[in-house]
Design a protein around this ligand. Structure first.
Ligand code: AMP
Length: 473
């Protein structure tokens, strides 16, 4: 059975309070992670006797209302917001997932991507579990946790971790506890905070700030943290090496600028990327414009260092959610015009530097450059605050397959021509490393093809070769 990547770039939250209802705080916390997934959302709760769950497709505030939140009773809850580009029946793949087994009934929310799903399916089959409701790797994890051997959640989690390869930050709800798990490489972020008399777990620190919780620490790579009877019980898997590999794309694009990752404010890291980019690739121009929202900090950094004024230049309609855009051809043709508008009188007759955080498939950039040119810019110089994305992400970022990546098999001058820029330059790998303070502790595989664990590259290679053959034919 082929499993599509359905657990990409998601946001997860878990709240434990010794006595008070937590659904409403879980909602607000999840709401601040909307940028990590706009397809569907769900919350599962427990009052330590019964479980309650509600999930649906749509943006978080479309999915939940006061009545639904009120019905999610109990002092423990987990929430999930999902981002995915695949999967027909969205509702089936909406999380948290539920499973029952020898360890009782559990609910699970997953951020990341598993790379050895076939091994996990074989293991589950050996336990007599061979029918699945979804095509998601997260369902496999849910079934594994519900059935794993071990006397405690710590032992069960150690077992699951020993069988699972890939990226997984998890929140698990049992009848009377909240469990947080982070894979041994710590690829996706996960933090612990103090929430009133209890605790909160979340993908990013911004989800703590919005509910008045305070940051305690990150969940360690390889850690399982159980919160029960308002006590923390932490255990860690024995690891062969101390290697960790936080996804560098979290700093580049995925996380919110106000989130602190690996001790660094994302906004400041992005500024530094922009400054480094300006040192590496200066250009004579009148204005610097950042593509909203993720490239604004890097554009400010570029402007500060180059002493070229930063202007807004492009305005984004913040209310364009992917879910609202129907797959109607007329709308598709409008492309980024639905999302962005230009400040024409600011741009007209100017030489403009456009900064974006990344070019992945190369869909956004040519359209933005065309818009800027249509607004009357004399020259458009594209500066990208990350290196060329040359290889697919196997660990949960939707970069598409390698053959879809514009930089996978093209040189920079060819990309420049394709996107219609007057010049194009990217941040170097060394510039990225300097900006994120790289100490061998990040995954930069999408820029280098060197991943923290071996990945199966053959499929992508074959596809790439067949595309190249077709292009050359
Ligand atoms: P593309 O249009 O495919 O080249 O994607 C690059 C643009 O999408 C940039 O403007 C990024 O801000 C944004 N972006 C980067 N990574 C992702 C991602 N994983 N999912 C959605 N958008 C992304």
């Amino acid at each position: 059975m082929s499993r599509k990547k359905l657990s990409e770039k998601c946001g997860i939250v878990g709240i434990y309070h010794p006595s008070h209802s937590v659904a409403s705080s879980t909602f607000f916390s999840l709401f601040s992670l909307q940028h990590r997934g706009q397809e569907s959302a769900g919350i599962a709760s427990s009052d330590e006797k019964n479980f309650f769950i509600y999930k649906n497709t749509g943006l978080i505030n479309q999915v939940f209302d006061d009545k639904i939140i009120g019905d999610l009773r109990g002092n423990i809850a987990i929430g999930h917001t999902r981002y995915s580009t695949t999967g027909r029946n969205n509702l089936d793949n909406t999380q948290p997932f539920k499973a029952s087994g020898q360890n009782g009934e559990i609910f699970l929310g997953h951020n990341g991507n598993i790379i050895n799903s076939e091994d996990l399916i074989d293991l589950l089959s050996s336990w007599g579990i061979s029918s699945f409701d979804t095509t998601s790797d997260s369902e496999l994890l849910t079934l594994l946790y519900a059935n794993a051997p071990g006397r405690s959640w710590s032992e069960r989690s150690e077992f699951v971790m020993s069988k699972t390869k890939g990226a997984y930050s998890l929140v698990i709800l049992t009848q009377n506890s909240l469990i947080a798990v982070r894979d041994p490489l710590g690829i996706r972020p996960l933090v612990l905070g103090k929430y009133r008399e209890g605790y909160v777990i979340a993908s990013e620190t911004c989800a703590l700030d919005h509910i008045g919780a305070s940051f305690i620490r990150e969940i360690d790579p390889g850690e399982t943290l159980e919160i029960k009877n308002n006590k923390l019980n932490s255990s860690s898997i024995r690891r062969k090496s101390n290697k960790v590999a936080l996804c560098s794309f979290e700093h580049i694009y995925l996380s919110r600028p106000d989130s602190i990752l690996d001790g660094k404010l994302t906004y400041s890291v992005r500024m530094k990327m922009g400054e480094t980019l300006a040192i590496e690739h200066p250009v004579a121009a009148d204005l610097v414009i950042g593509i909203p929202d993720s490239a604004i900090a890097s554009a400010e950094g570029y402007a500060n260092k180059s002493k070229i004024p930063f202007v807004q230049g492009i305005v984004k309609n913040r209310y364009v959610g992917r879910t609202f855009i129907s797959p109607d051809q007329k709308l598709r043709d409008l492309g980024v015009k639905i999302k962005f508008n230009t400040l024409n009188s600011i741009i007209k007759d100017k030489k403009v530097v456009i900064v974006d955080d990344s070019i992945v498939r190369g869909t956004t950039t040519p359209e933005v450059i065309r818009m800027i040119k249509d607004a009357g810019a004399l020259e458009v110089h594209m500066r990208v605050a990350s290196p060329p994305v040359i290889s697919t992400c196997h660990f949960g970022v939707d970069t598409g397959s390698s053959y879809e990546l514009i930089a996978a098999n093209r040189r920079i001058f060819e990309i420049k021509r394709l996107i219609g820029a007057d010049s194009l330059e990217y941040l170097s790998i060394d510039g990225l490393k300097e900006s994120i303070d790289y100490q061998e502790n990040y995954c930069i595989g999408c820029f280098t093809k060197e991943y923290p664990i071996p990945v199966q590259m053959e499929m992508d290679k074959l596809k790439l070769e067949s595309i190249q053959k077709r292009e050359n034919a």
